[in-house]
Design a protein around this ligand. Sequence first.
Ligand SMILES: NC(=O)CC[C@H](N)C(=O)O
Length: 320
Amino acid sequence: MGAEIDLSTSDLSGIVADIAEEMKAAPDRGTPAAYIPPLAKVDPAKFGMAVIEADGTCHLAGDAEETFSIQSISKVFALTLALGHVGDQLWKRVGREPSGSAFNSIVQLEFEHGIPRNPFINAGAIVVADILLGRNEPREAIGEMLRFVRTLAGEDDIVIDREVADAEAATGYRNAALASYMRSFGNIHHDVERTLGVYFHACALAMSCRQLALAGRYLMAGGMLPSTGRRIVSAQRARRINALMMTCGHYDGSGEFAFRVGLPGKSGVGGGILAIVPGRASVAVWSPGLNERGNSQLGTLALERLVQRTGWSVFEPALG
Ligand SMILES: NC(=O)CC[C@H](N)C(=O)O
């Protein structure tokens, strides 16, 4: 592929529609997560894609309006909110390096004294949830998170799926182990059930690709919400969150995602991926089947094709 391609809006609509069509026929769709029971019930034939350009133009294809469990994509919004609460103090409790381990791995925590490698693996996001809890009740912290995501997307009908949150609480032995272990090092400050309550409810946010792409716009636009001109975070903070998404957003598949797609991205075990094209677009894809690293199989393929056909990788030389 050459450098960035001159795209008209209708070209982009065509590209998004073509990709959705190609994904419908894809034979190898991966396997939906089964360890959270309601996720195993989702139809693996689903595929949705939403691309929102900097000027607000929105391209939708497939099941882009159907809601799904955003799971770990919520870690991006939770981190943004927690940085707003405590600023760079947060980095005393969470690192900024890729883990090279599975999203729910516990092994590094012993060597690294209960400080998780980054905010996008489960352990890191549980610390972030503990920060969000602050002096509040879990109900209030969850409410704040929900209001924040609604503000980012500009849509008031986004909800948390109770069935998913309850299923996670009922089956989340690993997350409970991570939280308890970090508490033993003093890096979780509340009762683990309270902190996990905040974490599970954030993971259980139900959103469509369109809503997710709307919610990601501030990361495309240097920290501003383009529709209102309201600043969500500084330009530096938006850049840094994008950097963490690029290096850590797909767990031990982050290198492969950067290699194939070349965009800051965050995946979730519900099969969604949010990808940011700085200055150009906010993109969300969803297909429930996962690859062996727990990232959406077709979501990754769809983003790879989008980048090939638009020249949108951040590693593409800009035209002079
Ligand atoms: N990778 C993910 O999306 C994991 C999130 C899921 N709620 C968990 O804690 O296991």
